[in-house]
Design a protein around this ligand. Sequence first.
Ligand SMILES: [Zn+2]
Length: 145
Amino acid sequence: MTDDMLSWLREQIEHRVAVARAATQGSWKIGEPLPYSDPGGGISIDGDDDEVAGPGHSGGGVWKQEDAAHITFNDPRQVIADCEAALSLIKLHDDLHDCVTPTSSQVFPAGDKDEIPCPVLQRLAFSYRHRPGYRPEWAPEGATS
Ligand SMILES: [Zn+2]
């Protein structure tokens, strides 16, 4: 596990995108809900060509419509796009740059591992605060968990 926030953040995003790329690709959709009283009841999650999770007892499907909606909204295609956007934001902040917050405008030396990175990168890292290795001292000013 790494000590500097930017390296840790890249590791989290690269791991997340690798997990998403290994999963069933395509656009995930909510299958036809089956009655919960049925042993095979519940909600399936379907990829373009494959079933991702069968309904109920038979395939370990999803019971709540809201959970199915959450899963399909966060299908691998969406996660990969989110991760690519995050990595491109990090790339934009790789070099010495100005970053503006509501309270200040400052030049940040991104890449200097002894410095706390800019507020944009702090906020991006904060979105991964529930992952192992996140340090409270990396939290952006005013952040609450
Ligand atoms: Zn910045």
